[in-house]
Design a protein around this ligand. Structure first.
Ligand SMILES: CC(C)(COP(=O)(O)OP(=O)(O)OC[C@H]1O[C@@H](n2cnc3c(N)ncnc32)[C@H](O)[C@@H]1OP(=O)(O)O)[C@@H](O)C(=O)NCCC(=O)NCCS
Length: 328
């Protein structure tokens, strides 16, 4: 579970409706830009909202541990301070939103509301705020990734002109299955890039080819988080793609110049990951990335469904593995 990176009023009886109504009357929500010391409150809302969603669908396996907060929250508050918003009730964070712009694509990276506060317009308000934070910046497309098991988020995003364009799956499984399988022959070489400047410069053209823009400071987050970063080449000096391998076992982002390289690059990255001191490996694959789906099936991984939504279609999804729902 917790694939996003990874006590609610479900049955409304008479008494519960009364509680619900009186709760609504006393609720007074304030909105403000997030500060770094909101990270724990933000992490709590994320865990509550995600676990509630999975629990309602009967899919909750392990509750999300919100402590310590994932460092991605503080990183994004620093990078997009004007676009990271929180909603609070009497000083307690009850919802948050954030977005970034790459090229002319606006990407909604987070929108989570604490379960007892859902359905009261807070999500819409936070979405508006993080969208308007980019007023004056040229935006020609809007995009986001959400849970395919959540009709509320999908209908909200469709109202903002973002439509379902691509199924996504977070696939994961025990590393042992990979270790026990013989790797097919590959003629690709790979080198580890140890400098952020090298990676950002070298990967720009892959990102631009596959996504239409550079991932830019995302690479800074990957290096800061101690991901290993590999450049794959054909005939020793002809680069064909890159892949990040995380200390936690995850792969991504990964981009290749042609879909014929997806399988060998992904499988090599999975093997590098499986050689670490971890239990599970996983990655976010587009549904139309058939080579990556076949790799997941080959290693008997579990599938957790998401959906990529955007105003206009973009992306060569057969050539890409996402980092996460938050950072693309
Ligand atoms: C999705 C989420 C962010 C929405 O925030 P929220 O505060 O609950 O939503 P709002 O009250 O602002 O608006 C929801 C709207 O969707 C509508 N809606 C809900 N379910 C719907 C459905 N199945 N079809 C059509 N509309 C629907 C509601 O009626 C409401 O519109 P209205 O105010 O015009 O009636 C929040 O519910 C949440 O955190 N969910 C769990 C985590 C999640 O999925 N986050 C999104 C990840 S990207």
């Amino acid at each position: 579970m917790n694939a996003w990176f990874g006590s609610h009023l479900n049955t409304i009886g008479k008494t519960k409706i009364l509680v619900f109504k009186s709760f609504k009357i006393i609720m007074s929500i304030d909105y403000r830009p997030a500060k770094e010391d909101d990270a724990q409150g933000i992490s709590n809302v994320f865990a509550e909202a995600m676990d509630d969603l999975y629990m309602k669908r009967g899919l909750l396996e392990t509750p999300t541990n919100p402590t310590p907060p994932n460092p991605i929250f503080s990183f994004l508050i620093r990078k997009t301070p004007h676009a990271f918003w929180v909603a609070e009730d009497k000083g307690r964070v009850v919802g948050f939103s954030d977005s970034f712009v790459r090229g002319s694509v606006w990407f909604l990276s987070w929108l989570f509301i604490s379960p007892p506060y859902q359905g009261r317009g807070i999500g819409k308000n936070l979405l508006e705020r993080t969208l308007q934070s980019w007023n004056g910046v040229e935006i020609t497309n809007r995009a986001t990734i959400t849970f395919s098991i959540n009709p509320t988020s999908q209908s909200l995003y469709m109202r903002y002109g973002m439509y379902a364009r691509e199924p996504l799956y977070y696939v994961s499984g025990p590393k042992g299955v990979i270790i026990d399988t013989v790797q097919p022959q590959t003629s690709l070489n790979f080198d580890e890039l140890r400098s952020l400047e090298d990676a950002t410069r070298t990967f720009k053209r892959f990102d631009e080819d596959v996504l239409g823009f550079s991932l830019d400071w995302h690479h800074e987050y990957f290096f800061q988080s101690k991901y290993k970063c590999f450049l794959f080449s054909r005939n020793r000096d002809e680069p064909v793609g890159y892949a990040y391998v995380r200390p936690s076992g995850g792969i991504g982002p990964m981009a290749v110049i042609s879909e014929e390289f997806t399988e060998p690059v992904l499988e090599t990255a999975l093997r590098i990951s499986a050689s670490q001191n971890i239990n599970e490996v996983g990655y976010y694959t587009p549904g139309s990335n058939v080579a990556a789906i076949k790799t997941a099936l080959k290693f008997r991984m579990k599938f957790d469904p998401f959906v990529f939504m955007s105003t206009k279609p973009f992306g060569k999804w057969t050539n890409y593995i996402f980092h996460s729902a938050a950072l693309m």
